[in-house]
Design a protein around this ligand. Structure first.
Ligand code: FMN
Length: 361
């Protein structure tokens, strides 16, 4: 039974950041009951060489410091993406920096990569490694680092041993200049640097996770074409049959405030949740076409039902993620979305989720 409707009125009384800390503390202490596990063969999938029990993941930003990975896997998410993590710990922006837009089922945040840093994350992930489950690590850069590539390389080297995939995040709106790194030349520099680090790791016979890139929804068609070209390997000197990255995460939060009603709509920061669904799915569809289905895509933005997840998959996503829906529906939303997604797939005659990827694109 989902107890969240009972405690939701209490959680919603807290300011959002206190609510988040409360949720993390409750999850850490095992106080959040686990929903029945969703085990459906239709949901099992292998993407960039990793086996996922279901394609519905927890998006980056909820568990920035890898504090509740196992609790969230236990909530029914098929995988958990931790971070964004920066090489050095940093406090993030001044509070308040997180806002619920209840009327819109949306969230605005300007957290600014508050996190405990790469060494602390490596220690946490090392401690839980034997427990298994799919864990992605989302890499960011410190606010005061000038050569961005250095930070992503530090993160990749230190966390590769514990990550089922690494995601280079150049799309958060709350670190000055970060989104500019999505243009062609800086992207080539960053991905080139991280790829080189991963090649060295592989040459030593060590674990070398797939590399993903997370992008923003607020990009022009020309930006998207550049990103797709680099992702497929342009300017990176990749060997025949190789690509620049192993997948793209589409998308991060948006600058847009279109259609919002809530009094918080003029807060600065990135907006996520239901109003992001349409634009992020449109970007997903465009990227799927631009990359000709050659790269696995992770669809994120505004998912709160199995049908939302299904539409992202049909638009080209091999995996999906969510965060904001948890603010309104509680941590059990992962299991519910996965179960509803299984129903949508079966109703349309799909035997495996992979068969539905991109059918609308
Ligand atoms: C409070 C908050 C913090 C976030 N922090 C990060 C982050 O550190 N790194 C990142 O790549 N995305 C971050 N995100 C973006 C989410 O991972 C996701 O891309 C976005 O919220 C859209 O999904 P949603 O509509 O399901 O929330 C954050 C989102 C929220 C709401």
């Amino acid at each position: 039974m989902d107890l969240y409707p009972l405690i939701k009125p209490v959680v919603m009384r807290f300011d959002p950041e206190t609510g988040h800390r409360f949720a993390i503390a409750a999850l850490r202490c095992g106080l959040v009951p686990r929903p029945p596990q969703v085990r459906e063969t239709v949901l099992e999938t292998r993407v960039f060489g990793v086996d996922f029990p279901n394609p519905v993941g927890l998006a980056a930003g909820f568990d920035k410091d890898a504090e509740v990975v196992d609790a969230m896997l236990g909530q029914g998410f098929g995988y958990v993406e931790v971070g964004s993590v920066t090489p050095r710990p940093q406090p993030g922006n001044d509070k308040p920096r997180l806002f619920r837009l209840v009327e819109d089922r949306a969230v605005i945040n300007r957290m600014g990569f508050n996190n405990k840093g790469v060494p602390a994350m490596a220690e946490r992930l090392a401690r839980r490694k034997a427990k298994g489950g799919v864990v992605g690590v989302n890499l960011g850069k410190n606010k005061d680092t000038e050569r961005a590539v250095d930070d992503y390389v530090i993160g990749a080297r230190a966390l590769a041993p514990y990550a089922d995939y690494l995601a280079v995040n150049v799309s958060s709106p709350n670190t000055p200049g970060l989104r500019a790194l999505q243009s062609r030349a800086p992207l080539v520099e960053i991905l080139g640097g991280v790829r080189e680090a991963l090649v060295e790791i592989k040459a030593k016979g060590e674990r070398c996770p797939p590399l993903l890139l997370k992008i923003a929804p607020d990009l022009t068609d020309a930006d998207l074409a550049d990103i797709a070209a680099v992702a497929l390997g342009a300017d990176l000197g990749v060997a025949d049959g190789e690509t620049g990255v192993d997948g793209l995460i589409v998308t991060n939060t948006t600058w847009s405030r279109e259609g919002l009603k809530s009094p918080h709509k003029s807060q600065q920061g990135g907006m996520s949740g239901a109003p992001l669904f349409k634009s992020s799915t449109e970007v997903l569809r465009k990227i799927y076409r631009l990359t000709e289905g050659r790269l696995p895509l992770v669809g994120v933005g505004g998912i709160s039902t199995g049908r939302d997840a299904y539409l992202k998959i049909r638009a080209g996503a091999s995996l999906v993620q969510l965060y904001s829906a948890m603010v309104y529906d509680g941590p059990g939303v992962g299991a519910r979305v996965a179960a509803e997604l299984a129903e949508c797939l079966k109703a349309d005659g799909f035997v495996h989720v992979a068969e539905a990827v991109g059918v609308d694109a």
